[in-house]
Design a protein around this ligand. Sequence first.
Ligand code: PAF
Length: 288
Amino acid sequence: MILFKKITDLRNWLESQRKNGKSIGFVPTMGALHPGHLSLIETSLNKAAVTVCSIFVNPTQFNDPADFSKYPVTIESDIELLEAAGTMALFLPDVKEIYPNGGPASKKYDLGYLETVLDGSSRPGHFQGVCTVVERLLEIVEPDHLMLGQKDYQQCLVITRLLELMGDTGKRIQIHICPTLREKSGLAMSSRNMRLNMADREKAALIHQCLLQIRNELEAGKLNNIKQKITAILISQGFRPDYVELANARNLTLTEVWDGKEELVALIAAFLSEVRLIDNMLIQKATE
Ligand code: PAF
């Protein structure tokens, strides 16, 4: 695996790959890699001739400075994992390389409704920061395939919107949304899990159990009762829920009354010992 710290070096290398007719797959990450990330690498290896991963803990997407300062950094083991997984190139820029003018341009991305709900409203500025860095990375790498994890469901929709906003450059990139990987307990794999102690890590599996319960108990009609019931369960077990929601799976319009047919996604965000955890589950309509 070749490690690039400078944009020009990476671009030159990518240019030579493209000249040889190689397609480029890109997996952007913030490091602290786990098997979920490696499954994105695997997808990329299947889709493209060359797989590039980036590790950049993007300061502009952290609305909470404490979350940024505590974000886990495990660069040495990340490099080993990427290498073993067959990644050809790692882009590991520093902040100045990505934001040479000291910070992101004041460009505002029109994310519309998507930015007003769920993590959009709970984490002001977060998705603008995600768009800033992802657009920058995509302009550098110019991939044919972009791998994203379903665990960050809203982020997947935001980046899909970003590609639309990027016009022809965006149209050339194919997004692949890869399923969430889980611990044996059901807990969605996440870099933030590293901040949980052993007991909390066990406890955190409740979020997935709650999503399963929503899926099992969901009935057409008003959804308020199930949302309240699940919120109460989380609170009773020491979580501080941010939201328990059901929304249209394609555009995230929150659903108050369900017709039993609309494809929904159930989404939960909850704090456990000051660590904010998110997870989601698609709810397919009953076919029989
Ligand atoms: O999901 C992440 O790890 C980040 O939000 C991303 C897409 C790498 C942008 O910094």
